[in-house]
Structure formats: structure tokens, C-alpha cells
Design a protein. Structure first.
Length: 422
């Protein structure tokens, strides 16, 4: 578990731009300042620290913002105070030149959309040709970082909900192309003869806004959006949540006897399930969970942005473009760049292809199925905040018998009634 120190002075954690602690880099040279949270650091930290300075031919100051897992209440209060200072700096035109963050375990920005709306980030749209470097960027995922006609944020990796089964178990399964998530999952449970909801226990109920085509928090319309598909999914996730499953992944699939298993592609268990299935003589088959409108919804995992008035915007753009390349990702013991748990799919198709080949093997059918699933993504978003809201007001009350779905929907709409105008 990641743990922050018991006593952590602000100036020790954050450099000049965040704390006003004074001084330039010790070398006296101008440096590109990068803030990265500990989730994103597991993918890009080594590259930023060890290789980016040579690429830019200038010093790079990398500050890691901890998640705070396992921290005491006092430590969390200090960490939150530090985060607040950084957010204040960012919203007032200060802060780091480049930010690389996670939307799966947010440490700084719970709501990237509102931060985009506030104009805190540089519009990347005029620089997209430079950034892409000829790579094929996923248009639907790229759109998640757009607001009011500008490209303020650049999604770097994304994930999506999917199921893994033996190909034989899926024989004859023919879901409708426009199936909603809950209908698809229930149909698969019935088709495979699952005895209960055990195959779904790793579809985290806290990710509830990462399935349907329509978002829970509709920023464009300025309202909460809960339709029948979303409520049906919330009810299914609540039933899974109420199971209170505490077993290991091996207790599910394939050793555990479940006919399939479901999770988000970024989870390492997908590879473990597939390897175990092959060892048992099976043929892994992966199906993305449809979003109810003929496609699949992608969830932004890691993303980056450049401070709007950074004096080193040109160097930050160069750094950002480098993060789209496979060479920027973490290395395994053999020195190969591979996908980690938070980076199932990269924004650039070519990078995803390279990393999947190194992660699963060049001839792996599973790698091809990952790519096919990614190709079906027709909408993507930052879904942490919407998922948290759905879980708090609908899924959890349903799971614990405290409210009906209709009452939870009303409570959610009331809680966010003024949110979009704040």
C-alpha cells in the first residue's frame, strides 16, 4: 500500500510553484515542472524522471502526489491541504507546467470537466498534429478531453467493461447490438447457466457510470441523467454489491467453476484468468459490455494537461507528445514497456498494439480481442465523479435496503441540483 510520511512538510512534497517555498532548481537552470499522482507514476514516472530530461535537453522536476492509502486521519488532512493549495494555484494561473493524473483514483481533480470549463489548461487543439506525431488517436476517447470546442486535456489511457469466457461457453450467444449493459449481462448469465451473480463480482460497483452511453452527470444539459438503462444497471450492481464476496480471483474463473468473469480491462486479473484458461485447455474469448446504443463506453484512466499560461508550453507539448509513444510506459523485468493495471488501452492505436504484443505475446488472440473491443468504443468520459454519485445515492442504498432505485434517483438529482451552475 502507498503511504505518506507521518509528518510531511509542504515544501518537502511540492516545489516552488505549489508552496511558494522559494528558489529555482539547484542547478540554476530553468526546469519543466511536472506533477504526477502516484497512480499515473506507475506507468509514466520512470520515463519522466529518467528519459524526458535528455529528450527535452533541460532539467525536469517531477513531483509525485500520493494517493494516501493507509494514511492516518492527520496525514490525510495534511495531504488534502496540500492538494487544495495546488488546486488554488492551478485555478489562479500558477502551478506545474504539466500535470499527469488518474481519473480512476483521483488525487487532485475529482471533476476534470469543471476544471476544463474554468480555463485552467492550455487548448491543445492547435497543436494536435504536433502531439500525435502521425499516430492514430482514438477519436471517441480524445473527445473526452474536449470542452466548448477546445482540447484542454489529453486522455493517455482508457479502459472498458468486458467479460472473459471460454469460447465454447459463448457458442450460440447472440446479444442484440443495442443491448443495454444490464440486459447484456443478465442474458449472458442465463446463456451460460450461471448459478448466481458470482461472475460479476469484479465489476466494481463504484464504476457504475462507466457502462452506459449516457453519463450520469450530463454537463452539456446541466443536469443529472438517469434513464431506465442506468437504473437497471444500478440495481444489478447493487445485487452484486450485496453479495459481499471476499474470495480470490481463482475462486471465480476458471478454477472456481463460474462460466465467465467480468471486470474492467485494466485489471490484471484478465491476464491471469486468460492464462489459467489456456492451461486448462480452453480458448479465451473476450466480449466488451455494450452501452445500449450500439457501441461501448470507454472510461478515461490516465490523462494529462498543460497549465494555460505555462512559460514552457512548447517543452510541455513535446513532453506530452512523448507520453503517447510506447517508450513512455513502464518496463517489465525484461526491460520491455508493458501495460500496467491502470493502462489497459492507450490513446494511440499503434501504441496499444505494441504494448499488447509485449504484454500478452505477439501472436496472442487476446491482444487482437482487446483491439477489437477498443474499436467498438464510440463514447468515453471521466466517469469517477458520476460513478461515485451513482454509488452513494443509488447503488449502496439499494444494496443495503435503505432506499428504492426511484428514491435513490430522486436523492441524486436533488444533491446535484445546483452543481452544474456552481
Amino acid at each position: 500500500m502507498r503511504r505518506i510520511a507521518a509528518v510531511l512538510l509542504l515544501c518537502a512534497l511540492l516545489p516552488l510553484w505549489a508552496a511558494g517555498c522559494g528558489g529555482q532548481p539547484s542547478s540554476g537552470e530553468q526546469a519543466l515542472s511536472v506533477l504526477i499522482d502516484s497512480e499515473a507514476d506507475s506507468s509514466f514516472g520512470p520515463f519522466l524522471r529518467n528519459e524526458l530530461p535528455a529528450l527535452l535537453d533541460m532539467p525536469v522536476e517531477v513531483t509525485v502526489l500520493p494517493v494516501g492509502d493507509g494514511a492516518s486521519q492527520a496525514e490525510m488532512e495534511e495531504l488534502e491541504a496540500q492538494r487544495t493549495r495546488v488546486r488554488t494555484q492551478l485555478m489562479s494561473g500558477g502551478g506545474p507546467d504539466l500535470l499527469v493524473l488518474s481519473n480512476q483514483v483521483p488525487t487532485l481533480l475529482d471533476d476534470p470537466v469543471k476544471t476544463m470549463d474554468a480555463g485552467a489548461f492550455l487548448d491543445l487543439a492547435p497543436h494536435m498534429e504536433q502531439l500525435s506525431g502521425g499516430l492514430s488517436l482514438h477519436p471517441a476517447v480524445l473527445a473526452a478531453g474536449q470542452w466548448d470546442g477546445a482540447q484542454y486535456l489529453l486522455p493517455l489511457t482508457f479502459t472498458l467493461p468486458a467479460v472473459l469466457a471460454d469460447a465454447g461457453a459463448l457458442a450460440g450467444f447472440a446479444p442484440a447490438q443495442d443491448d443495454a449493459p444490464a440486459a447484456f449481462l443478465r442474458a449472458l448469465l442465463a446463456h451460460t447457466g450461471a448459478e448466481d451473480l458470482t461472475p460479476l463480482v469484479y465489476l466494481q460497483s463504484g464504476y457504475g457510470d462507466c457502462f452506459t452511453a449516457a453519463p450520469v452527470l450530463d454537463y452539456a444539459a446541466g443536469r443529472v441523467h438517469l434513464n431506465e438503462d442506468q437504473l437497471a444497471l444500478a440495481e444489478l450492481l447493487a445485487q452484486v454489491n450485496a453479495m459481499g464476496f471476499t474470495g480470490s480471483i481463482n475462486a471465480i474463473f476458471p478454477e472456481g467453476g463460474a462460466p465467465f468473469a467480468a471486470a474492467f480491462l485494466g485489471e490484471n486479473m484478465f491476464r491471469q484468468w486468460a492464462e489459467a484458461l489456456v492451461q486448462a485447455g480452453g480458448r479465451p474469448a473476450l466480449l466488451p459490455v455494450p452501452n445500449g446504443e450500439g457501441g461501448v463506453t470507454g472510461a478515461v484512466a490516465l490523462y494529462a494537461g498543460i497549465r494555460a499560461n505555462s512559460p514552457l508550453a512548447d517543452r510541455a507539448l513535446q513532453a506530452l507528445g512523448a507520453l503517447l509513444q510506447p517508450e513512455a510506459f513502464q518496463r517489465n523485468a525484461a526491460g520491455q514497456q508493458v501495460l500496467n493495471a491502470g493502462a489497459s488501452l492507450a490513446l494511440a492505436r499503434e501504441t496499444t498494439e505494441t504494448l499488447l504484443a509485449k504484454t500478452f505475446g505477439a501472436d496472442s488472440p487476446l491482444a487482437a480481442q482487446y483491439l477489437d473491443a477498443a474499436a467498438r468504443v464510440d463514447t468515453a468520459r471521466f466517469c469517477y465523479l458520476g460513478s461515485r454519485a451513482l454509488y452513494r445515492y443509488v447503488v449502496y442504498p439499494l444494496a443495503t435496503g435503505q432506499a428504492t432505485a426511484a428514491r435513490g434517483a430522486e436523492d441524486l438529482a436533488a444533491a446535484y441540483h445546483y452543481y452544474f451552475s456552481e
